[in-house]
Design a protein around this ligand. Structure first.
Ligand SMILES: [Zn+2]
Ligand SMILES: [Zn+2]
Ligand SMILES: [Zn+2]
Length: 252
């Protein structure tokens, strides 16, 4: 299985419009963080988690020609607003999207036109598939387990795919309920916004302490803001966790 970080930034994207801080002005390519999204591929299946504002650019940058499905973590704009560009993947058949029922409802409120069958009108043709916490399902040859977590008061979903888990925009991983489903992870990708606490996102140290007992072989931060550079995060958490960067590719 191959993972590609299509984006690793928080909702603003980095650089932030009009910001002259060191990270936004950095010449290190790893400090340019598009909105968070992950591509997961194996021999016969390609799927993407979330379609933020840069979805089209992300598909072009990663040279993606085919998609077998889309998983949505939640319906915040930075994870959703690229949805219309799924239309190019719907020419031969409808695209299957997957999320918990409440999140699908929010997606339908924003993009209702994509769920009506009007073939040939240049709109996405989507099938909405509702998923349940901890109930496995398959896209092609990939088995996926939804992991219910809290994003402030919002109930959202992470996903385990084989021996990796992708859990972004989380402020409570609900360890009691998810512990059994997050064992033996080769890679745990976890949303961590910055050093300072935030009401709806883990800070770096909160993400580390919340997931410590899981003993994942590798912990990778995503959805980072512009407060800390890639180099500083990498140095500060060396041996414990590492920051993702756009187009980081990992074989698992
Ligand atoms: Zn977000
Ligand atoms: Zn900045
Ligand atoms: Zn969010």
């Amino acid at each position: 299985m191959k993972l590609t970080f299509l984006g690793s930034g928080t909702s603003h994207g980095i650089p932030v419009i009009g910001c002259s801080c060191d990270v936004c002005q950095s010449t290190d390519e790893r400090d340019k963080r598009w909105r968070s999204s992950l591509l997961v591929e194996n021999e016969d299946t390609t799927l993407v988690i979330d379609t933020g504002y840069e979805f089209r650019l992300q598909m072009l940058r990663a040279k993606i020609k085919k998609l077998d499905g889309v998983l949505y973590t939640h319906a915040h704009a930075d994870h959703l607003m690229g949805l219309d560009d799924l239309r190019v993947f719907c020419r031969e058949q409808n695209m299957d999207i997957y999320a918990p029922a409440g999140i699908l409802n929010s997606i339908k409120k924003t993009f209702g036109y994509a769920f009506n069958a009007f073939p040939g009108l240049g709109i996405p043709q989507l099938n909405a598939n509702s998923v349940e916490p901890h109930v496995p399902f398959r896209i092609g040859s990939l088995e996926i387990i939804p992991i219910p977590v809290k994003h402030g008061t919002y109930d959202i979903s992470g996903y385990r795919i084989g021996n990796i888990a992708y859990i972004t925009d989380v402020s409570d991983i609900q360890i009691e309920c998810n512990r059994d489903y997050l064992q033996n992870l080769d890679i745990l990708i976890i949303g961590a916004l910055r050093e300072k606490p935030h009401p709806t996102h883990y800070s770096f140290s909160e993400a580390i302490s919340a997931t410590k007992e899981l003993k994942a072989k590798r912990v990778i931060f995503t959805h980072m803001n512009h407060a800390t550079s890639h180099a500083v995060i990498a140095e500060r958490y060396k041996g414990i966790a590492e920051p993702a960067y756009d187009m980081l590719t990992l074989e698992v």
